[in-house]
Design a protein around this ligand. Structure first.
Ligand code: ZN
Length: 191
């Protein structure tokens, strides 16, 4: 993806910058992202992915299991949305919002992952942890061994620890590290 692939649109899905008039707007992407932006002014950045691990966990009946530290960040804080087919209907926005509730992360069953954040850095932190948790779960289940589950008390405690006071510093640190990682590709993605 490059900067020139992006397109600015309004809440009706109309392209607002004539410079991008020949760009295409993905309808399903618009339905999903606009739903969150219209209902959740606290989530300025919304990320939706179709990674292999994210889709795999989205296909598993029990969803994200509390079996890794990364997954425990979402303990009691993860929403689920039932699959309705490709999200081409604006009607689905109401159900997406109702299912998300007050959470910042949601598994779209049989589809993929969705997160939001106050900033790009915040949203990146959410999708990074959710993606890594899904990768670990897929590999743990592939191992075929019985899984070890921390106690519910430890799960709650760990989720609370992720909300600690210095969380902001950690989020900024992680985002600046991510930018450093892609810096060498600047000529490509800025084109
Ligand atoms: Zn999708």
């Amino acid at each position: 993806m490059r900067a020139s692939d992006l397109v600015r649109i309004d809440q009706q899905g109309r392209i607002v910058d004539p410079a991008y008039a020949d760009h295409r707007v993905n309808t399903a992407g618009f339905v999903i992202h606009s739903a969150i932006h219209m209902a959740r002014p606290d989530l300025n950045c919304v990320i939706h992915t179709h990674t292999a691990a994210g889709m795999a966990v989205a296909a598993q009946k029990r969803g994200l299991l509390p079996i890794t530290q990364h997954a425990l960040k979402f303990y009691g804080k993860l929403a689920y949305h039932t699959y309705e087919g490709i999200a081409l209907s604006l009607d689905e926005r109401e159900r997406l919002i109702a299912d998300l509730g007050l959470h910042k992360a949601m598994i779209l069953r049989n589809h993929g992952l969705l997160v939001g954040g106050a900033s790009v850095a915040h949203a990146f932190q959410e999708i990074y942890f959710l993606e890594r948790a899904c990768q670990a779960q897929v590999q743990a289940l592939a191992g075929g061994c019985e899984l070890n589950f921390p106690s519910p008390e430890v799960c709650v405690h760990t989720a609370e620890q992720f909300e600690q006071d210095d969380a902001e510093n950690i989020i900024e640190l992680a985002w600046s590290a991510a930018l450093t990682l892609i810096e060498s590709q600047r000529e490509s993605y800025c084109s």
